[in-house]
Write a protein that binds this ligand. Structure first.
Ligand SMILES: [Zn+2]
Length: 497
């Protein structure tokens, strides 16, 4: 790593003075000053730097801002919660958007606290080409249609071609790969998944998959969900990113991780991602939450909590009612029991595996009074979500570094910043300048107290922001300063392939 840039007398816009500077790529872990000018890191030096503004960060850690590959936060409120959790780049790669341009335009027009980017959405392209539903409309429209059987059926060859054409346009517009939530449409033919993977491989970009069911869960599934990802990587050469691996693999997570290891050993390009919680969250109308399918995966109706009211589904009948009335309504689904040592162990092992990066699966907020107010801060108690939205990254630091001593601080930071950058950078050159504290890299920087940083969001109090991130800079602009959110900061910029 270059320790200094320019003449020693150079005056930087901002100097972070005397922090413990972590750079996962080089392994740098030492006290240094960091200079920032015009959105770029202009020096990292063991000797004191001169700045127009100097912030004393002695006793604190300076690290690359976290890059969340799995964030469905598509508004200012969600970005703010994630900023308080150390995130500087929030990418929606699993679901994505189609047309992807629509999402980039909306984010640019409204302004975003964090950098943002999207994959091409297989689901939205399929809704249009196969389901005959309107194309686009953003995340909320897609969530509203997620449980609609119209888009989930088998497709004709012509329909698949039309869908691939929509995805091709999105890739040409800079989409960061293709998001494939095939688990939401289990009757899709395996050939279609391969065709989508081939298209991604041709464009040199990854697929990001929410896997379909495993054969242990549903013996008559068209193809085992984990085998499908492994096969696509092997046959098409695509970089296949396996989203929230414990959320779909559940009790079979160890076996699925082993299959991914075997596939990698044979040359397949596979990365995995996990969040540190046992519950998932999705639209209550999702195909896999149908009452008649729950038993196969060990879920019961009372493990499903409707976010809008906090109601636990008393029985299959009640679940059926709510699915019919509000299919787009979000619900928490307790897939794995965090209080059970075996089930918590599955989450821990998947997250601690060397190939796994941290991804939050941050969800759009549910406004229990029906009136979204995304510019309110602090968030009112009428805003609820899954605690992973607010607390994933701080929880990894608290639990796996401080409490379990299972990761070094540098390792935990790496899985949350450099790791995601490395997965993306072959196809997204801009990511070579992120996830690093090096001269010439983007000044997406976080400053936190390693001894106290902690998540505070729980299933009961899901939007409590994390604590301990003193400063969060996005392109050199403070989004969090002295632990407080900067209300008018909207420095987020698009990340495109
Ligand atoms: Zn998912």
């Amino acid at each position: 790593m270059t320790r200094t840039a320019g003449p020693p007398s150079q005056i930087h816009d901002l100097v972070l003075r005397g922090g413990r500077v972590l750079d996962p790529e080089t392994g740098h872990d030492a006290l240094a000053d960091v200079g920032v000018t015009g959105g770029t890191i202009t020096a990292v030096s063991a000797r004191p730097l001169v700045g127009r503004r100097t912030v004393d960060v002695r006793g604190l850690v300076v690290a690359p801002g976290f890059i969340d590959m799995h964030s469905h936060s598509h508004d200012v409120a969600g970005h703010r919660l994630q900023a308080m959790d150390g995130v500087t780049t929030a990418l929606d790669l699993e679901a994505g958007l189609s047309p992807v341009d629509e999402g980039y335009r909306q984010a640019a027009a409204e302004g975003r606290p964090l950098n943002y980017g999207f994959s091409a959405s297989w689901c939205q392209a399929r809704m249009a080409a196969v389901g005959g539903l309107p194309h686009g409309g953003g995340m909320h429209v897609a969530l509203g249609l997620l449980g609609n059987p119209a888009w989930q059926g088998e497709a004709t060859g012509t329909q698949v071609d039309e869908m691939l054409e929509l995805l091709r346009l999105d890739l040409a517009a800079g989409a960061l790969g293709i998001g494939v939530v095939v688990g939401y449409a289990p009757r899709v033919r395996p050939e279609e998944y391969l065709a989508v993977s081939r298209l991604a491989a041709e464009s040199g970009r990854p697929t990001y998959t929410h896997a379909r069911d495993l054969v242990e869960q549903f013996p008559d599934v068209a193809i085992d969900g984990a085998q499908e990802i492994a096969r696509a990587a092997a046959e098409t050469g695509v970089h296949a990113h396996f989203c929230h691996i414990t959320s779909t693999s559940r009790l079979h997570s160890d076996k699925v991780m082993q299959l991914m290891d075997d596939t990698r050993a044979e040359g397949g390009r596979i990365s995995t991602e996990a969040y540190p919680y046992g519950a998932g969250m999705t639209a209550i109308g999702a195909a896999f939450l149908a009452p008649e399918l729950l038993a196969a995966t060990g879920l019961t109706p009372d493990g499903i909590v409707y976010a809008a009211t906090g109601e636990r589904m008393a029985n299959a009948e009640r679940l059926r009612e709510v699915r019919a009335k509000d299919p787009a309504g979000l619900a928490i689904a307790h897939f794995l029991n965090e209080a059970d040592p075996f089930e918590q162990g599955l989450i821990d092992r998947a997250l601690l595996h060397p190939s796994t990066v941290v991804g939050s699966d941050a969800m759009p907020l549910t406004w229990t009074n029906g009136e979204p107010d995304p510019l309110a801060w602090p968030l009112p108690p009428t805003a609820v979500t899954h605690p992973r939205t607010a607390g994933t990254f701080a929880k990894v630091l608290r639990r796996y570094v401080r409490e379990l001593d299972a990761l070094t601080l540098l390792e935990a930071v790496s899985r949350s910043s450099f790791g995601p950058a490395r997965i993306l950078q072959d196809s997204v050159p801009a990511m070579r300048r992120k996830g690093r504290v090096q001269v010439g890299c983007d000044a997406d920087l976080i400053v936190f107290d390693a001894e106290t940083v902690t998540d505070r969001a729980t299933y009961e109090h899901s939007t409590r922001p994390s604590l301990g991130f003193a400063h969060v800079l996005v392109g050199g602009v403070p989004v969090v300063q002295d632990g407080a959110l900067c209300l008018d900061a909207l420095p987020g910029r698009p990340v495109r392939a």
